[in-house]
Design a protein around this ligand. Structure first.
Ligand code: NAD
Ligand code: UGA
Length: 465
């Protein structure tokens, strides 16, 4: 049986970093090296002060502290780590393509292919390659093609092992996963042996019955399907939130009533200003693209609606602010509480806050942002990336401050866009007193209690109520 001694993970991002930290913690006999071309990111993972690691996740710094320099290493020497490894995880970014065929829909596999070519160039002994990135179904075939055509006699087994962690709960999700999915060449002895080697790594801490093995295509497609189903639940409840606002129903009550049916289940039914994060949108767009490329237009249209609903939800929330403030926010101060796409992460990719703010800037608002974990430069970079407004205009109209009270001072309106716990605990009486009147409060997360806020004097609006 193949005993894995050395693991290399290419990509030290939100998935590679935490996933490898947990493997290193649980398997002290396995050497784990996480490599990246981003020198700044690797330097941050190696920062002597473990609180400065580049990714904020509850519980992560403690694990890094325990395993780093014992059997967990971060390095920019990609070739050396590939050469040494028996098993190589590919955990690089697979964003939506921004050019050429499939622009705006297909996954950009440029970085995946670069990894494969680099492995092919460097490897001198047989390797197990693990797709950790989320990939279009049948990517393993392309990887195999590149790796098998080097002519150097090295043999590769390609496994698919998609990651299901959610940011903000990454450590908990990795330590107690609902399931681990491993796809491989289940029909060949070599494929089976490679799968067993990976099963054995996870079996160190995950019960065997929670480790699922499938053929490689099922595994690749299951990841896209899982994200599509999750995002679809959010768009479904968000669609109902708009109907609730018209009819006097309360979306939280509807979600509870529906979710108590055990066939539906209660999780992932929280209405919001729209889902964000690096993956839901890109993975559904990728699914839509794959369906279209097989001529399955009804399948493509069905899933695309999840994205269209989400775009609508972000837009209608921003439009509601403008409409409520007497149809103009020009020159008005709007406080944005929360910039991350959800609480307990510093990740802002596709966060609803970016789109709401962009909309408000188009209406000439003066925006003041506060988020406990997001740095000012990230806020500016996110807005600049959209290319709707010039960098000068963004820096002139958007201010990023260090606490919520400062953001809300003398504001015409507040919009809560991330459900950080600390926003519940603000001294809302003082916040109200320091605002211009009427003081408008828009809760995009159903975080705050309507009754008590109205008693304080706020004009209160929340999604789905
Ligand atoms: P990320 O952008 O945070 O990290 C990717 C890293 O890969 C970057 O640091 C980049 O510099 C590095 N990289 C790219 N090409 C490289 C190369 N050739 N050599 C060395 N390093 C290279 O991305 P992420 O959020 O960690 O996501 C990675 C993959 O995991 C994506 O496919 C994503 O869909 C999937 N995924 C993400 C999450 C999540 O919560 N973020 C969850 C499940 C799955
Ligand atoms: C999601 C999935 O939950 C993970 O299983 C998956 O591995 C990951 O995508 C991925 O592939 O990247 P993540 O995006 O980190 O994880 O976070 P979620 O908790 O799923 O939240 C996504 C977005 O939906 C957030 O903006 C969140 O606020 C929003 N959301 C979630 C709602 O608006 N309502 C809900 O009920 C749940």
């Amino acid at each position: 049986m193949t005993q894995i001694k050395n693991i290399c993970c290419i990509g030290a991002g939100y998935v590679g970093g935490p996933t490898m930290a947990v493997i290193a913690q649980k398997c002290p006999d396995v050497n784990v090296t996480v490599v990246d071309i981003n020198e700044k990111r690797i330097a941050a993972w190696n920062d002597p002060n473990v609180e400065n690691i580049p990714i904020y996740e509850p519980g992560l710094s403690e694990i890094v502290k325990e395993a780093r320099d014992r059997n967990l290493f971060f390095s920019t020497d990609v070739n050396a780590a590939i050469d040494k490894a028996d098993m190589i995880f590919i955990s690089v970014n697979t964003p939506t393509k921004t050019y050429g065929i499939g622009k705006g829909m297909a996954a950009d596999l440029k970085w995946i292919e670069l990894c494969a070519r680099q492995i092919a160039e460097v490897a001198k002994n047989d390797k197990i390659i693990v797709e950790k990135s989320t990939l279009p179904v049948r990517t393993a075939a392309a990887l195999k093609d590149i790796l098998d055509n080097t002519g150097n006699g090295v043999k590769y087994q390609i496994l698919s092992n998609p990651e299901f962690l959610a940011e903000g709960t990454a450590v908990e999700d990795l330590q107690n996963p609902d399931r681990v999915l491993i796809g491989g060449d289940i029909d060949s002895p070599e494929g089976k042996e490679a799968m067993d080697a990976l099963v054995n790594i996870y079996a160190t801490w995950v019960p065997k019955e929670n480790i699922l093995t499938t053929n490689v295509w099922s595994s690749e497609l299951s990841k896209l399907t899982a994200n599509a189903f999750l995002a679809q639940r959010v768009s479904s409840i968000n669609a109902m939130s708009e109907l609730c606002e018209k009819t006097g129903a309360d979306v939280n009550e509807v979600a509870k009533a529906v979710g108590m049916d055990s066939r539906v289940g209660s999780k992932f039914l929280k209405a919001s200003v729209g889902f964000g994060g690096s993956c839901f949108q890109k993975d559904i767009l990728n699914l839509v693209y794959i369906a279209k490329s097989f001529g399955l237009h009804e399948v493509a249209d069905y899933w695309e609606q999840v994205i269209l609903m989400n775009d609508h939800q972000k837009r209608r929330f921003a439009a509601k602010i403008v409409k409520t403030l007497y149809n103009t926010v020009s020159g008005k101060k709007i406080a944005i509480l929360g910039w991350a796409f959800k609480k307990d992460t510093n990740d802002t990719r596709e966060s609803a806050a970016i789109y709401v703010t962009d909309y408000l800037l188009s209406e000439q608002a003066e925006v003041v942002v506060y988020d406990p974990k997001v740095k000012p430069e990230q806020v500016y970079a996110d807005l600049e990336y959209l290319c709707t407004h010039s960098s000068e205009e963004i820096r002139e109209r958007v201010t990023v401050v260090q606490n919520a009270d400062e953001a809300c001072k003398e504001a015409h309106a507040i919009a809560v866009l991330t459900e950080w716990d600390e926003f519940k605990e603000l001294n809302w009486k003082a916040v109200y007193e320091n605002m211009l009147k009427p003081a408008f409060l828009f809760d995009g997360r159903r975080l705050l209690d309507k009754k008590t806020k109205e008693e304080l004097g706020f004009e209160f609006f929340s999604i789905g109520n």
